[in-house]
Design a protein. Structure first.
Length: 49
């Protein structure tokens, strides 16, 4: 029972830390252009030069 008293707050704390990191990345425009990298990989850079 004492294990649960330690593990439950730790799990809640890690969950809140992950949620905070997600919202920080969201507000810092980390997910600004999700399709750009996928489209860039298909273009041939030799044709542009």
């Amino acid at each position: 029972m004492t294990g649960l008293a330690i593990l439950i707050p730790v799990a809640i704390g890690l969950g809140l830390a992950g949620l905070a990191a997600f919202f920080w990345a969201l507000s810092d425009d980390q997910f600004d252009d999700p399709d750009g990298a996928a489209a860039r990989i298909l273009t041939d850079e030799d044709d542009e030069a």
